[in-house]
Design a protein around this ligand. Structure first.
Ligand code: FES
Ligand SMILES: [Fe+2]
Length: 424
């Protein structure tokens, strides 16, 4: 449980809030490359951390990120014309380059104004299908981060995003939560559900006895990037199933699937809306977006269109109560991401955690909040927030192994040694 004040502290991300200012010290994804499909394409209007930006791709293919409102008299640049190496405001035609240079001012002939003024443009990196930006103070720009997913062949990597009407922390906590996986996602995980007559999933590769143990034992350790934990589930006297999940500041996680893993960024658009970016990577096979959307319950346009998660209480989130009665579906929904998005949205846009009642199974959630608080404490003491200096996160992995009770799971995560910290 959090006090109302702590809850406010952790959930508010606008400019000037402690969390918002700390989040601004990291790079964030702001769009998929595919949303700016070609040079001089239509610009995007995109919120991030409670501010709104215009994003566009110039004639050379370079991407610009600037404050949405024109520096002249505030018209939205997202309505502008993208042409000949810049973006032109519709109102009086001021034209800007991706670095913010004021190129033309048709309503003002004197060139000195163009030399004197420059729009606020933010650093941009376009990398493997994601457009990243840094909107914090210039002098604190951290190194750009690299993740393990970069090291698989391009065919073995897919990405998508899902915009959900819920605060980022609800999404991040759902991604941190172990015990819900064999319950909320019974449809695709739990043999016990099938034994009760439940319908077999379309993609059944996650079904394993491990999920029938619904109260996993958690072991948690702090790391330089945040923390990681294992969920240990009893399979039989000889073996436990052990799943390792890394959680990295300020909003990330890596989740293991049977033959791929997903690196997830729960990026706050504002206090009540989250853009979850998911990058799937497989060391062993080519990945396919259609298959992934099927697994996620996002194939139908009723659920997912233009990157938006659409179901709401109007229409009961599309829950199929008849399918529940007929044992075709445990939850009344049809995929993992859909189920997660529904439960997190059902909490209301910003859940008041002073109302909750935590149990031992929620220990990783508690640790997540502690690590955010610790990062905030450091930040407010003038130190760097947790993990901001780590450029190389390519050794950060999760795993899913069946181990004998005598085996140490740490032996299976040797690369994590480089991220262990000794000062907390
Ligand atoms: S408001 Fe943009 S050019 Fe005047
Ligand atoms: Fe989930």
């Amino acid at each position: 449980m959090l006090s109302k004040e702590q809850n406010e502290l952790l959930t508010r991300v606008g400019k000037g809030t402690p969390m918002g200012e700390m989040m601004r010290r990291y790079w964030h994804p702001i769009a998929l490359s595919s949303e700016l499909p070609h040079p001089d394409c239509d610009p995007l209007r995109q919120p991030l951390l409670g501010e709104t930006f215009v994003i566009w791709r110039d004639s050379d293919g370079k991407v610009g990120v600037m404050e949405e409102l024109c520096m002249h008299r505030g018209a939205s640049m997202a309505l502008g014309r993208v042409e000949e190496g810049g973006i032109r405001c519709l109102y009086h035609g001021w034209k800007f380059a991706v670095d913010g240079t004021l190129m033309e001012t048709p309503n003002h002939a004197d060139p000195r104004v163009r030399q004197r003024l420059k729009a606020q443009a933010y650093p941009v990196r376009e990398h493997l299908g994601l457009i990243w930006t840094y909107i914090g103070p210039k002098e604190h720009e951290p190194p750009f981060r690299h993740f393990a997913y970069e090291n698989v062949p391009e065919s073995n990597r897919i990405l998508f995003k899902l915009i959900v009407k819920a605060n980022y922390l609800q999404m991040w906590e759902a991604g941190t939560d172990s015990s819900h996986v064999g319950i909320l996602h019974s449809n695709v995980t739990r043999p016990g559900w099938l034994a009760e007559g439940g319908t077999k999933p379309v993609i059944g590769d996650m079904v394993t006895e491990a999920w029938d143990d619904m109260s996993p034992k958690l072991e948690i350790e702090n790391t330089k990037f945040g923390f990681h934990y294992v969920g240990i589930r009893k399979l039989n006297e000889q073996k436990n199933n052990v799943r390792l999940t890394p959680l990295f500041m300020p909003n990330g996680r890596i989740i293991e699937f049977p033959d791929f893993y997903t690196t997830v960024f729960d990026t706050p658009l504002d206090d009540q809306t989250t853009a979850t970016y998911l990058v799937d990577a497989s060391p062993t096979r080519a990945l396919n977006l259609q298959e992934r959307l099927t697994r996620s319950g996002l194939l139908s346009e009723k659920n997912y269109r233009d990157n938006q998660f659409l179901p709401t209480w109007e229409g009961r989130f599309g829950q199929d109560r008849e399918a529940m009665r007929a044992k075709q579906s445990w939850s009344g929904f049809s995929g993992i991401t859909q189920e997660d998005a529904v439960v997190t949205t059902s909490m209301g846009p910003v859940y008041d955690r002073s109302m909750e009642h935590l149990v031992a199974a929620d220990a990783a959630i508690v640790r997540l909040r502690q690590r955010i608080m610790e990062s905030l404490r450091r930040f407010q003491a003038g130190e760097a927030p947790i993990g901001v200096e780590l450029a190389d996160l390519t050794h950060m992995h999760g795993f899913d192994h069946d181990l004998a009770p005598t085996e140490s799971w740490r032996d299976y995560a040797p690369d994590h040694a480089r991220y262990y910290r000794t000062d907390d």
